[in-house]
Every structure is written in structure tokens, then in C-alpha cells.
Ligand binder design. Structure first.
Ligand code: GLA
Length: 731
């Protein structure tokens, strides 16, 4: 039984094949945490909490003022504010009298097969025999507010998910001021913390720091999860590497303002917590209402960072991402943005598609600039009406011509936005997020639509449908290009204004769900100025996300390395772009641009008419290769071999291996060549007993040899040079 309750000792034990998680109900009904880590058989770990420091200065519970128990230092499952626990709290409720002292006590629990959906929120899902759930009902005795803690274990995956719901069964309104989705106390802080930081064009770079007596906090207040910090955090043992050591990964299934923190308290324990950012947040809970906080995913691995990442990838591929495009082969697409920006017409697009089709490229994605009067970024967002003059006909005319070339068609939208210079704004100036009388900041000359208003949500949905119904559009790139400011809604009362950021995210999810219900065959690619909203929430709707507006192959090594910490390679939109690169001006060989893009969902982002005949041949070969290697790149297990952040930051290497270990693809990229530098790569994840043939050279090696002595790639020299090695097991 993956979840077990010992009623005599009042202990819960949650087991997966790779982890155990244990906590107990104490004499007063407080849920006290005892263990999270590698699987153990033992149950009663209360001794771990027996002798922790509890100086007289610490507040003690009223029923045992002379006892040892104190919330000041006790590890607890769901810490609250104002009742003796001074570390970051998961929950705080403001009573009708204005007080925020909160403390939840156990009332009852149930255990069942499967996993409940989260109302209005994306979440991992599982059949009845794939996961087991524990629901614990608790109550704040003073206010009568009830909180249900949900724990689901995915037994075969070493994964636990947690989320929380709050209900108000009383007859007075309260305010939820703070609600995290998970909080885990560790007895020691002997860990490094890893998180992913960055900015536009440099998302999800890897950072690793030793924990110290302080709070390490990452967050977003931008309205989206953001490029600056990703809602991911890991605690790893100081000796953890890709293949060895302990790693605890935490990832929030949420696309809005979040916070994740690890606090080391004065006596040395550590608390990791994650959820909706409490800054700027408040939720009024009227009598009879309930609130659901998003899901947090927790992975434990004692096979290093690689083991942690592969567990996340497996979970997301099997239990989060949905729809036919998860397994159906994704077309090689070409996007016109970096080649033309908004300077195109129907004829140019047709020529683009024609050239692309000669190269084997399967889909043209028309990016920004096809609607309203949009010829620059200053206008027309919200006016989702096809600019027939620019296209030289209807959308259907264009798409029909392109389809006749054997090329599919995809379209860019930025549905959540409104330009002040738009027909929509002129008709509905109060439809944007704003505060009456306060000047509005512009981001990229645009404002954000107030999706919390049903009529606005409906307008966006209907205007998108009108375009999508008018032609054979098989793909949508859903963009989001500015951050929240002056976050107010004209439709909500004063006491609900701090609900706007969360209500907005709920409306966004509703809109995405409506779109996918209406167009179940649509391939959706998420985007937010590149990878500014690359999170598990968006992955639930879009199986691929544009990883970054920086398409430079060398910069992408850092970005893709960090992204794979928790997101599957198949979710990373990765395109071959022009050289010198549009953003960095760096020159990279076409082969390397292709090899790096092959790690993710492959495509092109350049003008195909600029290719020489030799380059055309290379592109044809790259497209063929994408299809030949699809199973291994798309469904394979990822092993990061050399980090671009390590050592001299002079190379990066990774490999993907099919589940049956019969096929592998190894990629090595030299960032900076050193004369005479040896290039040995010890591989991972192969079957030591199998013989593998290098498809290019015909040479065979045993799996054991490749994993111990490794490949010798000393002939690979030159900044930006790269090599793919395709290995196939001999029968
Ligand atoms: C954002 C996206 C780009 C492109 C432009 C269009 O920057 O990230 O890929 O779609 O918008 O305006």
C-alpha cells in the first residue's frame, strides 16, 4: 500500500518506489513532519524530533507550557502565521476581527486510489491504479476555516504532488492572505539549492548555491511565471552530480505570480515552501465559498540531478501533457519572424512556403503582423481581423495555396493583449487591467486585457475562433509579451482587487481549455517573449513552448541545459536561425545550429531563400535526420553529460537513449576550442551488455566500454563545432 496510516501511533507513511515521506499527528492534532528521502521500512521516526532545541524563550502550546514541543522549531506539515512558528508560513487567514493568528489541526482523513482534478487549475492526472491520494481535513479552531491537504503518490515514479483547498463553513467572511501549496521541513540544511534564473533571451540559466542561515527566495510579481525565475527549486546533497547524490526537486504547476523559498532557521533546519506569491495577493472567502491553491510536484532522486530530471520528464510526458500531439509526430516548422518581422505580404509568404517545401519543411508559421493595421508593435493587438490587403486575399486563400504545396499552416496570436491604438481599445477602454485615474505603464506599447471579465474572455475566444474557422490552421503560437503593472480590474470591488493576478491566471486557463475543446487537433505552442512563461501550468495546454527569443546555438546550450532540469526536451521549441545570429551576432555553423535544435522540437526561423545550394542540401539532410531520430530525441531519456556551466564553460554534451536502450544519440558542442584539448565523453544510460554501432563510422563498442572508457572525439576542433553520434544496438 503506497499510503499507510498507523492508527495507534497516528503516523502517515507515503511510499513510492524511490522515496518515503513520513509524518504524524501529535497529541494536539498538529501534523508533525518526520522524514522525506530514500525509501525506508521504519515507521516511527518520532525520536528525530525528541531532542531538538527548545529554549525557554520559545512559545509553548497552552496545554503543555512546560513541555518540549514548540512550533518555533518543530518540523510541521502546514505551517501557519502568528502562533509561534516564525519561519516562512504556508497559510495565513485574516479573521473578520482583523487578526492573522492561524493554526490548523487535524480533523479526519481519507485514502483512495487515483487523483482528484484541481478545480480550474492544470494539474498532473492519474488513473485509479496509477496513483494513491491522501486527503487530510484540518481546521483552524479559532476561525472555523477548514483546510484540506492533498498528497498524491505516483508509486512507480518517485513523485509526490501536493495541493491545498480552503473552505469557509462559517457565517463570516475571512481573507486568505497567504497560501502555499507545499512546505517541507528538513532536519538539516546540509544541501545546495539549485534554481533557474535569467531574463528575456537568457531564460532558465542554472544556479547552484550552498545553503546558509538565511532565506533563499525566488519569485515573480510579473503576472506570469517569468523569465527571471522559474517556479522550480531543488535541494541537493553537496556531493550531488548528474549521476550521484540526493536531489529533491520542487516545481509549481502554475503560470502566474509565484514564490519558492528555502529558509534555514537559527538551529540549522531547512524549510522549502512554494506556492502563489503572497505579495499583492489576498482572497476574500465568503461563507460557503472555497479556494483551491495550485499543485506542487515533488521529486526525490538518489541518482543525482539526472535522475531527478528524468523523473520530472516521465511524469510530465505521461501525467501532465495532453492531446494527440504528445505522441503524434510534430511537423518541422518554419517561422517567418526572424526573417521578415512584420514586413511581408501574401506573395512573400507563399514564396517562403514554396522554398520551405522544397527543403522538406512541413509547416509555415505566420508570426506577428497579419491582423488589423499591425505593421509595427505600436498598434492593433486585440483587432483579430485578417489584414486581407496585406495578405492579398483572405486567410483561406493564403492557406489553401500553401496547403497545395504540401505545407501545413500555423498562426501567431497574442490573445491576452490590447494596444491603446486599436479598434478594440477605442470601443472598450475599460477592458484592460488598469487603476482608474492612475497613468498606465506600457510594455512594448501595449496593455493587458482584463481576462477576469467574462465578456473580455468571450471576446478573445470568439475573435480567435472566427480566424481559426476561416482556414485550415493547424497550429497556434500563443504569445504574451508584457508584464503586469497597475493591476486593477474595473469589474471587481475594492476588497477583491488583490485577487486579480490569480483570477487572471484562472481565466487564462479557462480560455486555453475552451480553445483546445473546440479544436482538439490543434497544436499549441506557448510563448511569452520567448520562454517567459515556461512552466508546468502551460505545458498542460501546450506540449511545446518557444524556449527563448535567443535562438543563438551557443546561448541555447545554457538555456536548454537549464530548461531540462525539470521540463522534457520534447517541450522545448528549438529552431535553426540565421548566422550571424539575429540577437548575438555570433556566427555558428549550420550543422551546429541544427544539432542543438535537434534536442528539442525542431524547426527553422530564417529566410530559406538565402540558402546556398550546399546549405539547402544540409537542411534537407537535417529534416530527414529529425524524422529518423524522432523516437530517440522525442521519447528518449535524457542524460546530460557535460554542463555548459562547468569548468571553463567551454563545451556542452548530452545524450538521449530510447527506453529499450537500443538507440542513442550523443551531441557534443565545443564552445571554445583549446589547442590539443582532449575530448573524451563517458556515456550514460546504455546497456553495458549490448554492442552499439556508430551509424556514421560502422564501428562497434560495448555499452560497458562507452560508459567507462567513453568516446574519443579529439578530432572535433573549432569554436562552435559539434558532432552527433548515433548509436544503434546490434542484434
Ligand atoms: C515575441 C515572441 C517572438 C515573436 C514576437 C512577435 O517576442 O517571443 O517569437 O513572436 O513576439 O511580435
Amino acid at each position: 500500500m503506497p499510503i499507510f496510516f498507523n492508527s495507534e501511533k497516528k503516523i502517515f507513511k507515503l511510499d513510492t518506489k524511490g522515496s518515503s515521506y513520513i509524518f504524524a499527528i501529535n497529541e494536539d492534532g498538529i501534523l508533525v513532519h518526520t522524514y522525506y528521502g530514500a525509501p525506508i521500512k521504519d515507521l516511527d521516526l518520532g525520536y528525530l524530533n525528541e531532542n531538538f532545541t527548545t529554549p525557554g524563550i520559545c512559545p509553548k502550546p497552552h496545554y503543555a507550557p512546560g513541555g518540549r514541543f514548540t512550533l518555533d522549531t518543530a518540523p510541521v506539515e502546514f505551517p501557519c502565521t502568528g502562533t509561534g512558528d516564525y519561519r516562512p508560513a504556508a497559510f495565513s487567514v485574516r479573521s473578520a476581527q482583523g487578526h492573522t493568528a492561524t493554526l490548523v489541526h487535524y480533523l479526519s482523513h481519507k485514502i483512495y486510489g487515483g487523483k482528484p482534478a484541481l478545480e480550474g487549475l492544470p494539474a498532473t492526472f492519474a488513473g485509479e491504479d496509477e496513483a494513491t491520494t491522501l486527503e487530510i481535513l484540518t481546521e483552524d479552531r479559532h476561525t472555523g476555516i477548514r483546510v484540506t491537504l492533498f498528497y498524491t503518490v505516483f508509486e512507480d515514479l518517485s513523485v509526490m504532488t501536493r495541493h491545498v483547498t480552503v473552505e469557509n463553513p462559517t457565517d463570516t467572511a475571512v481573507n486568505i492572505e497567504r497560501i502555499y501549496s507545499t512546505s517541507v521541513d528538513f532536519h538539516t540544511h546540509d544541501y545546495d539549492v539549485i534554481h533557474l534564473h535569467g531574463h528575456h533571451c537568457r531564460e532558465r540559466n542554472y544556479s547552484r548555491t550552498r545553503l546558509d542561515y538565511a532565506t533563499h527566495r525566488i519569485s515573480s510579481l510579473r503576472g506570469a511565471s517569468g523569465a527571471e525565475h522559474n517556479p522550480f527549486m531543488a535541494l541537493v546533497s553537496p556531493d550531488a552530480t548528474e549521476n550521484y547524490g540526493e536531489a529533491y526537486g520542487f516545481n509549481l504547476v502554475y503560470s502566474g505570480n509565484f514564490a519558492a523559498e528555502v529558509n534555514v532557521e537559527c538551529y540549522g533546519s531547512a524549510r522549502v515552501a512554494m506556492g502563489i506569491n503572497s505579495d499583492g495577493f489576498n482572497w476574500l472567502l465568503e461563507p460557503g465559498e472555497h479556494f483551491t491553491a495550485p499543485e506542487a510536484v515533488m521529486v526525490y532522486s538518489n541518482e543525482g540531478l539526472g535522475g531527478m530530471s528524468r523523473t520530472f520528464h516521465n511524469l510530465y510526458r505521461k501525467h501532465l501533457m495532453r492531446g494527440e500531439w504528445l505522441t503524434k509526430r510534430r511537423p518541422v516548422l518554419i517561422n517567418n519572424w526572424e526573417a521578415t518581422a512584420m514586413n511581408f505580404d501574401g506573395e512573400k509568404l507563399y514564396e517562403f512556403a514554396k522554398k520551405a517545401s522544397e527543403l522538406g519543411i512541413e509547416m509555415l508559421v505566420l508570426d506577428d503582423g497579419w491582423f488589423g493595421k499591425r505593421n509595427n508593435a505600436r498598434c492593433a493587438l486585440g483587432d483579430w481581423v485578417v489584414n486581407e490587403e496585406k495578405l492579398g486575399g483572405t486567410m483561406n486563400d493564403l492557406v489553401t495555396r500553401i496547403n497545395a504545396l504540401g505545407v501545413k499552416f500555423g498562426l501567431w496570436f497574442e490573445p491576452e493583449m490590447i494596444s491603446p491604438d486599436s479598434d478594440l481599445y477605442r470601443a472598450h477602454p475599460d477592458w484592460c487591467l488598469h487603476i482608474e485615474g492612475r497613468p498606465m505603464s506600457l510594455g512594448r506599447f501595449q496593455l493587458i486585457l482584463d481576462l477576469t471579465r467574462k465578456e473580455v474572455e468571450d471576446y478573445v475566444f470568439e475573435s480567435m475562433c472566427r480566424v481559426l474557422d476561416s482556414a485550415n490552421i493547424e497550429y497556434v503560437k500563443w504569445d504574451f509579451n508584457r508584464n503586469f503593472t497597475e493591476t486593477g480590474s474595473a469589474a471587481l470591488p475594492a476588497e477583491r482587487q488583490k485577487e486579480v493576478p490569480h483570477r487572471y491566471v484562472l481565466a487564462l486557463y479557462r480560455l486555453l481549455e475552451r480553445l483546445l475543446n473546440r479544436y482538439p487537433h490543434l497544436l499549441l505552442e506557448g510563448c511569452a517573449s520567448g520562454g517567459g512563461r515556461f512552466d508546468p501550468g502551460m505545458l498542460y495546454y501546450s506540449p511545446q513552448i518557444w524556449t527563448s527569443d535567443c535562438s543563438d546555438a551557443i546561448e541555447r546550450l545554457d538555456i536548454q541545459y537549464g530548461t531540462t532540469m525539470c521540463y522534457p526536451p520534447s517541450s522545448m521549441g528549438a529552431h535553426v536561425s540565421a548566422s550571424p545570429n539575429h540577437q548575438t551576432k555570433r556566427i555558428s555553423p549550420l550543422s551546429t545550429r541544427g544539432n542543438v535544435a535537434l534536442e528539442g522540437t525542431f524547426g527553422y526561423e530564417l529566410d530559406p531563400s538565402t540558402f546556398t545550394e550546399e546549405e539547402c542540401e544540409t537542411v534537407r539532410a537535417q529534416v530527414r535526420q529529425y524524422h529518423e531520430l524522432y523516437d530517440v530525441t522525442h521519447f528518449g531519456d535524457l542524460y546530460r553529460l557535460v554542463s555548459p556551466f562547468d569548468g571553463d564553460r567551454d563545451r556542452s554534451a548530452w545524450m538521449q537513449v530510447t527506453e529499450d536502450k537500443r538507440e542513442a544519440l550523443v551531441t557534443l558542442v565545443i564552445i571554445r576550442t583549446h589547442v590539443g584539448q582532449r575530448q573524451y565523453l563517458r556515456l550514460c544510460g546504455l546497456d553495458p551488455e549490448k554492442q552499439y554501432r556508430d551509424v556514421a563510422t560502422g564501428r562497434t563498442y560495448s555499452g560497458a566500454l562507452l560508459m567507462n572508457a567513453g568516446l574519443c572525439l579529439n578530432t572535433l576542433v573549432g569554436d562552435g563545432a559539434s558532432r552527433l553520434i548515433h548509436l544503434v544496438a546490434e542484434d
